[in-house]
Design a binder for this molecule. Sequence first.
Ligand SMILES: Cc1ncc(COP(=O)(O)O)c(C=O)c1O
Length: 353
Amino acid sequence: MDIPNLTSPAQFIGKQSKDTISFGSGQPDLPPPEEAFRGISMRRDMRYGMIQGEEALREKLSREYSGSTAQNFVITNGASEALDLLFRVLPRGNLLLGKPYYYSYVPIIKAGGLNPVCTELEEGRINMEDFESKVRECKAVLINSPSNPTGRVENIKTLKEIEKITHDLGVYVISDEVYKDLIYERENYIIKGEHVITVNSFSKTYCLCGLRVGYLWSPDKSIVDNCIEMKTHTSMNTCLLAQDVALNTMDTPKSYVANQLKIWKERRDFIYKELLGLGLDLWKPEGAFYVLPKINKPREFVWRLYKQYNTISYLGEWFGAPDRVRFSYALSVNQIEEGIGRIKKCLDGMNGK
Ligand SMILES: Cc1ncc(COP(=O)(O)O)c(C=O)c1O
C-alpha cells in the first residue's frame, strides 16, 4: 500500500462525509449553551474594536481571576492566537515543554523565534527531575494540564513545585488551560504567580471552536502591552460579534459544564475499556477528550484506517510520539462503538487475520 507523506493534520481537518468516523479533530460535538446566542444582534456597531478586546468581556473575565482587572486580559482569536502572540513577545531563548505535546506548539514556538526544549513525559506526566535539570536554561515553560494529546492531568504537587521553581528562577510559565473545565478525576489546580500567563478559550468548555474567541491573562503589564502591540499589526481586533457571544456564555449555569462532564466521562470509560480490549497499550485519560495508544506501524495504520475504513485518526508523530496514534473521542458512544469495530478490522488486516 502506498502511504503518502502524512506531515500534518491539515490533510484531515474538515474532511467529513456521511459515513466518516472522525477520531481526528478535537472539537466537541455537543451543543453550545442556549445562553450563548441570546439577544445577539447582527446590527451591532461593526467599526474596528479595541485591539485588547471588548471591555465588558474583559471586565467579566476579571471576576474569575482574583485580584485582576480588565487590564490583565487580551481577547484573542482562540487560544491559538494567544499562544502565537506570546511566543513572539516573550524574552528570546529556550522554552521548555512536555513531550508528547499539542501539535501546534513546536511550529509556532519556532515561528516566534524561540527554541523549544522538551522534557519527556513519564506515563503522560511531567518528571520533575528532568524538568528541574532543564528549566534553568529556559526563559519560559509551557504547561498544558489536562493535556492534548495525553489526556493526563498533572498532580497538584507537581504544579506547586513548578510554581515555586519558576518563581525562584524568574521564569515565565504559560499555562494553557483550554481543558481546565474537563477534568474527570479531581478539581483543577490553577497555577499562580507573578510570572504566570494563563491562556484559555471558549472553544472546548462551551463547544464553540468555530467562534474563535480565547484570551490571555497576565499580571505582567509589559506582556499584556507587547501582545496588544503585536496584535495591532497582525489580526487587529477579535471579531466583535463573536465576543458578544463569548460574553453571553459567561452567564451559563454551572450545571451546563457538569452535564457535559458526565457525557465526556461516559465516552472516556467506553473508549478506554474498548481499546484495552483490543490489546492496546494506553494511558487512562483523566481530562480533555483524547487517548494516545501505542500502535505498530502507525503510519500504515492511520492511512489504512482512513482509506479502507473511512475513519480518521491522527499520527502520534505530529505530537512528538512516533510510536502512538491519537484518537479524539468527541463522538457519541454509538459512533465510538462503530469506530472501534473499524479499528479492530484495520488492526486484524495489518496482522494478516
Ligand atoms: C492544548 C490546546 N491548546 C490550544 C488549542 C487551540 O484552541 P482554540 O480553538 O481556542 O484556538 C487547542 C485546540 O485543540 C489545544 O488542544
